[in-house]
Ligand binder design. Structure first.
Ligand code: ADP
Ligand code: MG
Length: 883
C-alpha cells in the first residue's frame, strides 16, 4: 500500500525510468521523444523487461512493441511435422529471424521478443505493467494485441484463467494491479467493455446498446463514449465476473450477427480517477530557492484511462471473404485495421496528415498512437511456415509501429485562474524579495566601502599621529639634551667658582688647623714638660722620703689626671690631623678637578671609583707625618668618629697607587676587610669597600684579597647592603677581580658572579655599569683562556645564569653599560661552545644588531668577525635568512 500512498500524493513511482522521466515532464504539458535508430539495440533492461526501462534512453513516448511466438498447436504438430518453423527467436538479442527459404532469412529487432515458452506473467510484466503503472500515475495508456487469427491475441489479452491462474491474461492482471494501488475512499475505478464490429460500437455490458457514438471534446480532443455503460469496480472478483459476462455477450452477439469474435475488435476501457494533493511543483522548479514561501496545496483530480484492445485478426486486411456479407464485413474490418495501418505508417513517416478520422477504431485510439498515451503493442505470430506471408506482414506492422512517437500528457483538472493569481502573487513576492535583496546588497556594498574608507582614514590618521608623536619625542629629547648640557655647563661654571672659593676657605681652614695643631703641640710639649717636672719632683720626694704617703697619693692622682688629659689631647690631635688630611685631600681633588675642567676634560668621568693617580699630594705629607701604623690603629678605635676619619684617610691614601703597596704591607687590606666583616656603620663599610676596590686594581692585591677571603666578604656585603654607593664600590671591587685570569674559577665557586648579578636589583646606573664591567672583564679573560687552550667548557657566566641579563641590557640606554655588554657578548661568542646557549637565549639577535648598529667601529667589526668565524652562528643566520 506504500506505493499507493506515494502515487496518491502525485509522486512518480520509483520503478521504471520511463515513469520517472515522464514524471519530471508532467507539468510542462508535453514531451516529444525521438525513436532510437535501432529500436531495442540501446535499450536498458530492468528485472522485469525492457518495456519498464524504456524511458531511460530518452524515448519514453515511443510505442513499445513486443512480438510473441505461439507454440505449435496440435494441428501444426501434425501438418507441419516435416517442416521447420518459419521463425526463429533470439530473445537475448531481442531479435527475430523470419526464414525466407532454406538458406536465407530476414532479421528484425523488437523492444521485446517473447518465445513460445514465455509465461503469461512475464508477458504482462514486460508488455502491460509499465503502461498500467503509468496509468496509475495519471497518464493515458493503451495495450493492443495485433496478429493473425489463432496466434494468441485473446489468450494474451483477455484470458480469464478460470482453470489455471497462471494463464490469466493482461486484462485480469492489469485490474489486479490497479485495485491494489488505488485508495477506495478517495479514488475510483470504472470500466466499459465494448466491441467494434463493422464500424459499429456495441456495449458488451449492455448488448441492447449496439450503436454507441464517439464524442470528441473540441477543446482537449479527448475521446469519450458517453453512451457506453460505465461500471465502477470495487474488487477483482466482480471485475472477472464482468469480463465473463462481456465475453458471453460477445459470443451471443457474434452468434446473432453470424460472425466470429476474431472478426471484431474487443475494447476494455478502464477509467481511473485519483485525488492527489499537490504542492505547486511548478513554482518550486522555477524558483529554486523558494523555501520561505508557503507552497499552496492544491486538491487535484487526476483522470487517466487504460485501453486494452484485442484487435480483429490481421489476415482480414489482406484476405477478404468471397462475397456478400462477408465482403462487407471484410471491408469493415479492413476499414478499421487498414486505417490503423495507414495511421501508423503516416505517424512512422512523420507525415503532416494522419488519417485518424477514417475509421472508428482509429478515432477511438486517436490518442493511443501519436497521441498522448503510453502505448504498448504486442504482435502475436504463429510458427507455421504455411502462414509465412501473414506472419511477415504482421511483423512489418509491428516494425512500423515501433517508429511511432507519442506525446505524454498528464490529465489533471485545476483552477487555472486561481493558479495564475497565485503565481502572480508569488511573482510579486519574488520581485519584492528581489528588490529587498538588491537593496540589502547595495547597502552592504556601501557599508563595506564606507568601512574600508574609514579604516584607510584611520590607518592614515594613526600613522600621521605616530609620526607626529615620534617627531615631537625626538624634538623633546633633543631639547632636553640641549637643556641638560646647558645646565651641566652652568653647574660646571658654578662649581669652578665654588671650588675657587672653597680652595680659599680650605687654605684658611688649613692655616687655622695648623695653628691649632701648633698650639696643641705646644700644649702637649708643656704637658710633657710638666709631667717631666712632676716626675723629677716625685723622684726628689721619694729620695727625701720626707713628703709622706698623702703627698704621693695626691701626686699620683694628679699624674693620672694629666695622663688622661694627654690621651684626650692625643685623640683630638688625631681627629684634627685626619680632618686636616681629609680637607687636604678634598682640596687636592678640587684643585685637580679644576685643572681638568680648565683643560676641557670636565665631563670625562671614569668608572673606577675614586681613582687618584696624581702626583704625591699634601695628603702624602700628612701620611708621612701621622704614620700609617697610627692610622691603622685608629681603625680599631672605640670612637666611631675616629674610626670613620681613619678609614676615610686610609681610603684616600689607597687611591694613590704609590701608597697601595705600603698600605698592604702594613696590613691595611686585612684591616679594611675586617671593617667589611663588622659592618657596624654604613659609612665605614662604604668607604672600606671603596678602598678595597682601589686596592683591587693591582694584580698582587687581587690575589691577596682572594686568599684573605675577601670575595666572601664582598659577596656578603653585596647581598646585605642597600646603599647604592656601597654596592657600587663592592661591584667595582668584584669587577676588578673579574679581570684576573687566575681567579676565574675561584670567583665563580665562591659566588662572585652570582653576587655581581645579585646587585643589579638596586637598579642604579652606576652599580649596573660596574656589574657590566665585571662581566665584560670576566668574559674577556674566558675568551683569552679559550684562545690559549686553557679553557674548554662553556662560559662560567652562562653557567651562573648571566646570559638573560646580558641580553636584556645589551641595548641599555646608558652608554657605559651598553659598551661593556657589547664587548662581553663578543667575547662570549668567540668560544664556539657558548653558541647554542647564546642562540637560544636571544644573544644572536643582539650580536647581529651590534654588528650593524654599534656606534663604535671596532666593536662593530669585532661582532661581525665573531659571527662570521662561528659555524653555528653562521648556519643559524642562514636558517633565519639574516645576512
Ligand atoms: P486469436 O485471439 O489470436 O485468434 P486465440 O487467443 O484464440 O487466438 O488462440 C488460439 C488458440 O491457441 C487458443 O486455443 C489458445 O488457447 C491457444 N494459444 C494461443 N496462444 C497460446 C500460447 N502462447 N500458449 C498456449 N496456447 C496458446
Ligand atoms: Mg481472438
Amino acid at each position: 500500500m506504500a506505493s499507493s500512498a506515494a502515487s496518491r500524493n502525485g509522486a512518480p513511482r520509483g520503478g521504471g525510468g520511463a515513469r520517472s522521466l515522464a514524471g519530471g515532464n508532467l507539468r510542462s504539458s508535453s514531451y516529444k521523444s525521438r525513436p532510437s535508430q535501432l529500436p531495442g539495440s540501446t535499450l536498458r533492461r530492468s528485472s522485469t523487461g525492457s518495456f519498464a526501462a524504456a524511458g531511460d534512453d530518452g524515448v519514453p513516448g515511443r510505442v513499445r512493441v513486443a512480438v510473441r511466438l505461439r507454440p505449435r498447436n496440435a494441428e501444426e504438430m501434425v501438418a507441419d511435422a516435416d517442416f521447420a518453423d518459419c521463425v526463429e527467436v533470439q530473445p537475448e538479442l531481442k531479435r527475430l529471424k523470419l526464414r525466407k527459404n532454406n538458406w536465407d532469412s530476414d532479421t528484425y529487432e523488437f523492444d521485446e521478443v517473447l518465445t513460445e515458452f514465455a509465461s503469461q506473467k512475464r508477458v504482462y510484466e514486460v508488455v502491460a505493467k509499465p503502461v498500467v503503472e503509468s496509468v496509475l500515475d495519471g497518464y493515458n495508456g493503451t495495450v493492443m494485441a495485433y496478429g493473425q487469427t489463432g496466434t494468441g491475441k485473446t489468450f494474451t489479452v483477455g484470458h480469464l484463467g478460470d482453470g489455471d491462474t497462471a494463464s490469466r491474461g493482461i486484462m485480469v492482471r492489469a485490474m489486479e494491479d490497479i485495485l491494489a494501488d488505488v485508495a477506495p475512499e478517495t479514488d475510483s475505478v470504472s470500466v466499459s467493455y465494448l466491441q467494434l464490429y463493422m464500424e459499429a460500437i456495441q456495449d458488451l455490458l449492455d448488448p441492447t446498446n449496439d450503436n454507441i457514438s464517439i464524442v470528441e471534446d473540441p477543446k482537449t480532443g479527448d475521446v469519450s463514449l458517453p453512451g457506453a455503460t460505465l461500471l465502477e469496480i470495487r474488487d477483482q472478483q466482480s471485475f472477472v465476473e464482468l469480463l465473463s459476462i462481456g465475453e458471453a455477450h460477445r459470443i451471443a452477439a457474434n452468434t446473432k450477427l453470424n460472425t466470429e469474435s476474431s472478426r471484431s475488435h474487443a475494447i476494455l476501457m478502464v477509467h481511473v480517477k485519483r485525488s492527489v494533493v499537490s504542492q505547486d511543483d511548478t513554482l518550486s522548479i522555477e524558483n529554486g530557492n523558494s523555501s520561505h514561501f508557503v507552497k499552496p496545496l492544491r486538491p487535484l483530480i487526476r483522470k487517466s484511462k487504460l485501453v486494452l484492445v484485442d484487435l480483429a485478426g490481421s489476415e482480414r486486411v489482406h484476405k477478404s471473404g468471397s462475397e456478400g456479407h462477408m465482403l462487407e464485413e471484410a471491408k469493415s474490418i479492413n476499414l478499421s485495421l487498414s486505417a490503423l495501418g495507414k495511421c501508423i505508417n503516416a505517424l512512422a513517416e512523420n507525415c503532416a496528415h494522419v488519417p485518424v478520422r477514417d475509421s472508428k477504431l482509429t478515432r477511438l485510439l486517436k490518442d493511443s498512437f501519436g497521441g498522448t498515451a503510453r502505448t504498448s503493442l504486442i504482435v502475436t505470430i504463429g510458427p507455421s511456415p504455411r502462414h509465412r506471408g501473414e506472419t511477415a506482414s504482421t511483423i512489418q506492422f509491428g516494425q512500423r509501429a515501433m517508429k511511432v512517437e507519442n506525446m505524454l500528457k498528464i490529465k489533471e483538472e485545476f483552477d487555472y485562474k486561481s493558479l495564475s493569481r497565485k503565481l502572480e502573487i508569488q511573482v510579486d513576492k519574488l520581485i519584492a524579495e528581489n528588490e529587498r535583496q538588491q537593496k540589502a546588497y547595495e547597502y552592504e556594498l556601501e557599508r563595506m566601502n564606507q568601512e574600508a574608507q574609514n579604516r584607510i582614514a584611520e590607518v592614515e590618521r594613526n600613522f600621521a599621529e605616530a609620526l607626529e608623536k615620534e617627531r615631537l619625542k625626538c624634538q623633546m629629547e633633543y631639547m632636553e639634551s640641549v637643556k641638560k648640557l646647558e645646565e651641566k655647563m652652568l653647574t660646571n661654571q658654578r662649581k669652578v667658582i665654588n671650588l675657587q672659593d672653597q680652595v680659599v676657605s680650605v687654605s684658611d681652614e688649613v692655616a687655622e688647623v695648623r695653628k691649632l695643631l701648633q698650639n696643641e703641640t705646644q700644649r702637649r710639649k708643656a704637658s710633657e714638660e710638666e709631667v717631666n717636672k712632676l716626675n723629677t719632683r716625685m723622684g726628689q720626694l721619694m729620695q727625701s722620703e720626707a713628703g709622706g704617703d698623702g703627698e704621693i697619693l695626691r701626686i699620683h692622682q694628679l699624674l693620672e689626671v694629666e695622663t688622661q688629659k694627654k690621651k684626650k689631647l692625643e685623640e683630638e690631635v688625631m681627629i684634627l690631623k685626619s680632618q686636616l688630611l681629609q680637607l687636604s685631600y678634598e682640596a687636592d681633588q678640587s684643585r685637580r678637578y679644576m685643572e681638568r675642567v680648565g683643560s676641557g676634560n670636565g665631563l670625562n668621568g671614569t668608572d673606577s671609583p675614586s681613582v687618584n693617580n696624581g702626583e704625591k699630594a699634601p695628603v702624602g705629607t700628612l701620611f708621612e707625618q701621622v704614620g700609617l701604623h697610627q692610622i691603622l690603629s685608629y681603625l680599631e678605635s672605640e670612637d666611631a668618629n675616629v674610626q670613620i676619619h681613619a678609614v676615610k684617610v686610609l681610603a684616600n691614601l689607597a687611591a694613590e697607587e704609590a701608597n697601595q703597596e705600603k698600605i698592604v704591607e702594613a696590613g691595611g687590606l686585612t684591616s679594611l676587610l675586617m671593617l667589611l666583616r663588622k659592618f657596624e656603620d654604613e659609612t665605614v663599610r662604604r668607604v672600606a669597600a671603596g678602598a678595597i676596590a682601589n686596592l683591587a686594581m693591582n694584580e698582587t692585591n687581587q690575589e691577596l684579597i682572594m686568599t684573605q677571603g675577601g670575595i666572601t666578604l664582598l659577596t656578603m656585603t653585596a647581598a646585605d647592603a642597600e646603599d647604592p654607593q656601597t654596592l657600587r664600590m663592592v661591584a667595582g671591587a668584584i669587577a676588578n677581580l673579574c679581570g684576573n685570569d687566575k681567579l676565574q674559577m675561584k670567583l665563580k665557586s665562591e659566588g662572585g658572579i652570582k653576587a655581581l648579578l645579585g646587585m643589579v636589583r638596586c637598579g642604579h646606573a652606576d652599580v649596573l655599569s660596574q656589574v657590566a664591567r665585571g662581566i665584560a672583564n670576566f668574559a674577556k679573560c674566558e675568551s683569552r683562556a679559550a684562545t690559549q687552550g686553557t679553557k674548554n667548557g662553556r662560559s662560567l657566566l652562562i653557567d651562573d645564569g648571566a646570559l638573560p641579563w646580558i641580553v636584556q641590557n645589551a641595548n641599555n640606554e646608558a652608554a657605559p653599560i651598553r659598551r661593556h655588554i657589547e664587548l662581553a657578548l663578543c667575547h662570549l661568542a668567540q668560544h664556539e661552545v657558548n653558541a647554542k646557549e647564546m642562540i637560544s637565549g636571544g644573544a644572536l639577535w643582539e650580536l647581529v644588531r651590534i654588528s650593524h648598529d654599534c656606534s663604535r667601529e671596532d666593536i662593530r667589526s669585532l661582532a661581525r668577525r665573531t659571527l662570521n668565524s662561528s659555524p653555528t652562528f653562521r648556519s643559524e643566520m642562514r636558517r633565519l635568512r639574516i645576512d
